[in-house]
Ligand binder design. Sequence first.
Ligand code: ATP
Ligand code: MG
Ligand code: MG
Length: 470
Amino acid sequence: MEADRMDENEWSYHGEGNKSLVVCHTQRCVVLRFLKFLPNRSKTAEEVYQHLQKILDFGKHVMKQFLGENYVHHGEVVKLPLDFLKPLCLRVQSERPESRCEKEMDVSGYAMCLPNLTRLQTFPFIEHRPIFCIEIKPKCGFIPTSPHITKEIKKKVCRFCMHQHLKVAKGKWKRISKYCPLDLFSGNKRRMHFALMSLLQESQNNLKVFKNGELIYGCRDDQEHQSDLNELAHHLKPFFFPTNGLVNGPQSTMNILKELIQVLTNTLLTTSADSGRSESFKSVPIPQSRNYCESGHVCTELLRINKHKIETAGLPKGSILYKTLQAQMLDMLDIEGLYPLYKRVEKYLEECPEERSTLLLDGPYDETFFEKLKDLSTDDNGSVEYAVTKIQQYRVAMTAKDCSIMIALSPTMQEDCYDQRSVIKTARSSFKYSVSILDLDLKPYESIPHQYKRDSKIVSHYLNHEEAAP
Ligand code: ATP
Ligand code: MG
Ligand code: MG
């Protein structure tokens, strides 16, 4: 990226989350990801640079090892001139959803440059070949089994499903979603189908659809808006039924969505040959926890009939879901077991504040940091070192619970002689695809007390309001 030749008119608003705002280039397959801050909480250029560099190192040396070389793009930190940033910031302001405007785009001069993951990762320039991309934020896919858990309900109902009730009560969303991460991570095609259909019906901030790089579905600011699946199906129809222009109406919508779900399921279950170094990482020794959620909406009939199968089915090793779940499971103690360890470290730091850097709480996120994460033992010897290791594993797990999976798909003719490994086929259609993971920022050490409070709030709300009258 040549800083002196940057033209703000070549960039347009792409999207944002709670921590960053993303703009995409109109001709090249790249995006710039800026940090966001509350007004008057902005940081100096140097601080922003350091922070971005940490995000990069963490992606490169830690998350890539867990999730695999092919899935993770750590990007690069770029310096940008103010005469580019100021007008760009003004330009994107009008495109931003109101609910996100509490924070402001950082214009201190640095951003992360990343490939545009709504596009196929094989082309540097925007192609005219049609493409669509589904972004899924799957959230936590397992039920914890930690002996430190004090509320039995946490061993029966998953965090996402409990949290839904609080979110709806607070007015964040209008309706409870039937999506349950345990269905998506089950590896069982019928449960995955149910999960993906539920995400399509009530996408909240867990599903977005992009067509030719542009957001066409999901994450609407206006929560009154009933997601229009007919409109989505209309957009996607040419990808699945290119020659059949006549069928219309609900039947056709359902057929298109079923095709879409089948393609997504197949993509999520494919395995990648490459694999970071998670293979050298022992699987997290989670005692057999239940793999379905009591509040789940997946047809109880399906669960009953297939119970045996469901309990033995699983994700193929090497699939993106498997790898994500493995990283999530580094949260072995649950926040209830972790919080006392956080307090142990805090107490130690009160006595010896100069030790903070020796404990490597804030990085560097390098090979050594990664090596230390390998110690999966949960025998607490009372040491500060043990506490720090568990805290860092928890932070990695939190990142994996919050990331998004991007699946980009572009139709291809069966006879095109592409490398068949990167083609996904169903009975009717055939796509060239790429799968990636984004939003791999490390969760701050300081947010642990907040996580602890939030957990107990979610659980008490669920117990007080929902369990009695489901
Ligand atoms: P969260 O609130 O989930 O933590 P965040 O503030 O960390 O989000 P991101 O999730 O990284 O921000 O980015 C916001 C959105 O921008 C994503 O959900 C995705 O739609 C889009 N986006 C981010 N990075 C890319 C990329 N490399 N290519 C295409 N789109 C991207
Ligand atoms: Mg995000
Ligand atoms: Mg994030």
